[in-house]
Design a protein around this ligand. Sequence first.
Ligand code: PEP
Ligand code: MG
Length: 580
Amino acid sequence: MITKKGINASPGVAIGPAFVLDTEEYRIPQRTIDPAQIPAQVRNLDAALAASRQEVAELRAAAARKLGDETAVIFAFHEQFIADPKLRTSVVDAIEQQRHTAAYAFAQIMNQRQRLFRNVPDPYLKERVRDLFDIERRVLRHILGRAREDVARLTDPVIIVAEDITPSQAISLDRRHVLGFAINVGGQTSHMAIIARMLGIPAVVALGDVTADILGGETLIIDGSNGIVIADPDAESLARYQAQQHEYERLTTRLRALRDQPAITRDGVPAQLLANIEVPEEARIAFEFGAEGIGLYRTELLFLSSPRPPTEEQQYEAFRAVMRAAGDHPVIIRTLDLGADKLAPTMGGQHDHNPALGLRSLRYCLLHLDMFKVHLRAILRASVEGDMRIMFPMIATLMELRQAKTTLADVKEDLEEEGIPFRRDVPVGIMIETPAAAMLASIFTREAGFLSIGTNDLTQYTLAVDRANERVAHLYSAHNPAVIRLIHQVIRAARRRDVPVTLCGEMAGTPIYCQLLLGLGLQRLSMAPANIPLIKGVIRSTTMEHCQAIARKVMQFDGDRQVLNYLRDEFRGLDPEDET
Ligand code: PEP
Ligand code: MG
């Protein structure tokens, strides 16, 4: 039994076989072969080893020519490794004795070797693990040839173990067959984590090297609520987690029954709970969870999942589908927020050194006006379907908002000239996710129809902590007094001018923050659909008076630990199941 601790990214317990996804998306299923297939598998292995050796020899010669012998040594190591008869013998043994495919047997043996190298104290040898990955990739490419399998076509329920999952991979995974995620990198608000919560799939991130410890096929337990992963659990742990899984499901079913109940505190103050969605199909799910509207539609996912930018028609169809699913409920469509950890294939290979501070989001759109205008046309055309609002992300200066509004006005003019219907009075709002926008919130309220506080980015920028970097994840906290003060400032500015304000970062769907946010004056929260029942349970079991007392107290704290401990205690005192 191996236990690993990471960061809780999506709650719930999952139990199932591990499925290790390598970074090149190879899917190497554990399949038993017929004895008659053994010679063909061995031939496939030999051909792949020979081809890989040849490639490496060529690389070594080229490296020696261009970069000198020192670099060529790296490839000499690869060549020796591949040519080592012991390597071949171990793989052939696994094929013959365990009747594994050549690909599976090779991947298993390489995994064992990587573990050996990782555990040696010599730093030089430790570093060679990277080379082993490289070798593995190369040989597998030859073994699998064109037969690479697609992760989108999983056939059995599995727990995905991976270095990382890109948002486009995550949405193309067949969610019926994904029970949980165990991921090497990331943090609570990295987009992978957000998508796992959106899909309602338990996930643990920031596990370091979980991909090296898990071979694939063994039983895994994912405790997404506490950030724990257990491989090969003993009978006692298995039984304990099965009971927890059952209890979690019972609680969520119980809370789902609140669907048609209003989100109202015990002393009669109503709140509006909205949903964050990423793909149109999710709108329906959001309303099943009791959402009163869509508070954040992350449109960029459309761009992440295809190699070409979606056409105006494709975008229009997606937006119209969301509007139709929402009926009379409001829908806040956020304009493209590409960049940082959401890189679309169409953005080209240029990478900023500091992507979160680079050419992302609205900045990118304002530099690619043709693409942005197509996007805005599609949004405006869908506006006739219902109560739509448009929101610009990543605003840092008033000038950006003005430029974005001018572009929107240009697009409206074009549509008008072409006689294409759209709603002229669509409200236009902004996300407050940079400290600059938070500090100037009162000024922004003069030009923005509504504000939505994006605490995922606001926390990252306020504390200068990359939200997707597990090495600084311990420094990332939305409950830091600096972040809370900025949130408070924004709410006050909005209320003073009667401008609607929502909070749509992950904080909104996190139960321990709920009383604080209500107490700070927020009445609209937007979150992953699956969190709505629990947050509603919290609201229905507290009073506004108590929430305000909590907020007053929190505003006096000067450290995030203090805030967290206090909020935890306050949350423990509640029973979201017992609100009547
Ligand atoms: C945020 O930054 O809080 C937010 C909601 O936007 P995203 O997570 O998509 O960056
Ligand atoms: Mg953001």
